[in-house]
Design a protein around this ligand. Structure first.
Ligand code: FES
Length: 201
């Protein structure tokens, strides 16, 4: 009997003195590695944002023929000299052809934004809201509008293969006897009139 007790004590001692099994540690990223990951992710995010911005600004934002984009006006729509300007309603512009040349006017009144109409018998634009009046070049004649009508940058392509582009002031483009093939109007960049004034007659 005492030998059984001794064996149990020996077994118990063996169990309590057995070396502990080594703890299994799952190696996680060190603090430095973690910071590297964060830094790498930030760089990737920045590159992604830069690429998205490039694509966004590189793509044309307005389709051709929609307001804000480019309009192509064929020669047969261009008015003859000193006749009623052509209205492209979807582009909100008028194409005028007079002695000083061809110009493209933004068809919105510079007073409070109504839409002046061409009145043929008076040979001028008249605004239905408060009576401002503008000549065929969009120059202010009368009424509360603070400045001439604004213009849109325009390029004329002629049948002889040459072309002419409106200057930064938005002055009419002299035709000099050339035949128009096409008028290209950029409704995305308005040339703001500096004020009232008659420059062209
Ligand atoms: S909006 Fe044209 S005159 Fe007032």
């Amino acid at each position: 009997m005492s030998s059984v007790v001794t064996n149990e004590k020996q077994v118990s001692a063996a169990v309590t003195t057995a070396p502990a099994a080594p703890a299994i540690r799952v190696a996680g990223p060190s603090r430095r590695e973690f910071l590297y990951y964060i830094w790498g992710a930030s760089i990737l995010l920045l590159i992604g944002e830069a690429a998205a911005a490039l694509v966004w600004f590189g793509l044309p934002r307005f389709k051709e023929g929609t307001f804000g984009g480019t309009f192509l006006v064929p020669a047969d729509k261009v008015p003859s000299l000193d006749t009623a300007p052509f209205n492209e309603a979807s582009g909100r512009f008028w194409v005028s052809n007079a002695n000083a040349g061809l110009t493209v006017l933004f068809g919105v009144c510079t007073h409070l934004g109504c839409l002046p109409k061409w009145v043929d018998q008076n040979h001028r634009f008249e605004c239905p809201c408060h009576g401002s009046k503008f000549d065929i070049y969009g120059q202010w004649l009368d009424g509360p509008a603070p400045r001439n009508l604004d213009r849109f940058p325009t390029t004329i392509v002629f049948t002889d293969g040459t072309s002419a582009t409106m200057n930064a002031e938005g002055d009419p483009i002299p035709l000099e006897g050339r035949q128009i093939q096409l008028v290209q109007v950029d409704t995305g960049k308005r040339i703001k009139s500096p004020g009232r004034g008659i420059e062209f007659a």
